[in-house]
Design a protein around this ligand. Structure first.
Ligand SMILES: CC(C)(COP(=O)(O)OP(=O)(O)OC[C@H]1O[C@@H](n2cnc3c(N)ncnc32)[C@H](O)[C@@H]1OP(=O)(O)O)[C@@H](O)C(=O)NCCC(=O)NCCS
Length: 202
């Protein structure tokens, strides 16, 4: 334990900061109507924009990293959790970790257990705006939305984009910087833009 602290002194600093701001962070979640789970480790305040009639449910032992110093990939913004409609749902299972990740649900975004979301990845179930100019002029917010489901043990690489309607099967891996716009079966590695299967997970 002591050796670990001597080897990685920045971890000690971050842990102290985490404990100092813990009351504020707990207040932030409470003010947003999000129940605090067991064993959470929250490094820095996330950005939370919860539609007051929507649901955000976060599982136990969640690890959220928003401070740049909280991860060597130095997230370039805090974790974002945003629900945009009364019926929107964000549900994150147990033992998940997100670093500077953005999760936006107009419909639903569900992560299973032990899902890891790498630095600055974005998971968004809506296009935000309609595609045709006429529809945009009529209603800028009338975007297409489609639920996202990310199954247990998925690992999403840094700077990836997960777009509307995507289902990622259990144990699959999304390569860094990928754009995932189609379903991913379980147990594979996908990469690229648009993401394609590059191999099986060993
Ligand atoms: C571009 C976009 C609007 C297209 O949506 P769509 O018409 O529903 O497109 P589809 O999901 O049917 O995909 C059509 C094809 O384009 C590919 N594709 C879709 N979006 C892509 C993207 N962003 N990058 C690369 N390929 C993409 C799909 O894989 C599919 O190819 P395939 O049939 O060979 O698999 C949408 O995918 C997107 O990028 N949405 C995010 C918009 C955004 O940034 N909003 C925030 C603005 S504030």
């Amino acid at each position: 334990m002591i050796q670990k602290m001597l080897d990685k002194p920045w971890g000690v600093t971050d842990e102290l900061r985490r404990l100092i701001v813990l009351p504020y962070i707990r207040l932030l979640f409470a003010a947003n109507g999000i129940a605090w789970g067991c064993g959470w480790r929250v490094f820095g305040a996330p950005i939370i924009q919860r539609h007051r009639r929507s649901v955000i449910l976060l599982g136990d032992r969640l690890d959220l990293r928003s401070w740049p110093s909280s991860n060597p990939l130095a997230p370039n913004h805090p974790v974002v959790l945003a629900t945009r409609t009364a019926s929107a749902i964000i549900r994150i299972g147990q033992d998940c970790g997100l670093t500077g990740a953005t999760v936006v649900a107009a419909s639903s975004v569900e992560l299973g257990d032990r899902v890891l979301v790498g630095a600055n990845a974005v998971i968004v179930d809506t296009d935000f705006h309609p595609l045709s100019p006429a529809e945009r002029r009529a209603d800028l917010s009338a975007a297409r939305t489609s639920p996202i489901r990310i199954d247990d043990d998925v690992f999403i690489g840094m700077y990836s984009l997960i777009l509307k309607g995507v289902h990622i099967g259990a144990g699959s891996v999304v390569g860094a910087g990928s754009v995932v716009s189609r379903a991913v079966p379980p147990g594979v590695v996908v990469a690229g833009n648009p993401a394609r299967i590059v191999r099986q997970v060993c």
